[in-house]
Design a protein around this ligand. Structure first.
Ligand SMILES: [Zn+2]
Length: 55
């Protein structure tokens, strides 16, 4: 489990994720990247600029 750097929502992350893996925050919808696995650390790749990827 890691926290979204944008909204600090707890994001469920698999135990076996690798650095560079991407996921979406379920709360703010930002695309996140795993930058560190121990401890788990996320960074925001992109903010919701054009609505791309937003449903
Ligand atoms: Zn978020």
């Amino acid at each position: 489990m890691a926290n979204c750097p944008e909204c600090e929502t707890q994001v469920i992350v698999d135990e076996d994720v690798e650095e560079g893996q991407k996921l979406d925050c379920p709360e703010c919808g930002n695309e996140l990247e795993i930058v560190n696995t121990n401890p788990l650390e996320l960074r925001i790749i992109s903010t919701d600029e054009n609505g791309e990827g937003t449903w």
